[in-house]
Write a protein that binds this ligand. Sequence first.
Ligand SMILES: [Zn+2]
Length: 205
Amino acid sequence: MPTGFAHLGVSYSDASSNLRTSTGDSRAWFSYRCPWCLDSVSGATLAFIPGENKVLTQRWLRCTSCGRGAVEFGGVVSPPALEGKSIGHLPEAIGLLYLEARKALGAGAPTGCELVCRTLLGHIAGHLGWDGTGQFAGAVQHIDSSGFITPPMRVWVDRIRQHGNEAAHEVAAVNPQRATDTLRFTAALLELVFELPGIEASQGG
Ligand SMILES: [Zn+2]
């Protein structure tokens, strides 16, 4: 817990119901995934709007891990947490796109997530020397021929392309679970092409 943390000395009161909470009151804490540090924490309720039967209808939270703030309303925490895992050693442009895909899914925009993942395929292939021929199928072919993936991996790498195509052309909304899978496949490919070689290189052989 950060030094200077104020919650321990805070108590709350509401004139209409004499509602008071303290750190011993379960309502003084709220379990959520912090959108900033991504830790699963029991955050401190610094302020709230009381509802009926002593239920809190809205609360302002402070993360007990990183100290940054969030608001909970109806069980939903804002800002939304990133989805997916952090990947190291990414080139700047690719890192920004991957962050955008994670933000999109976390914010409840699975179609946008899958579109960005398909775009990432092109950038990854381009990093590996792809000249842009053959559209996204050509990108998958180039990644396949680059030696970074084995034949069984080609199936899920191509899923990133297929899901992106469907997200781009179909009218129906994208299933969030499918977008979660698409993001996971994308993360695995980024690990293979950038993170693992980067870790190896940083160890100096
Ligand atoms: Zn945090």
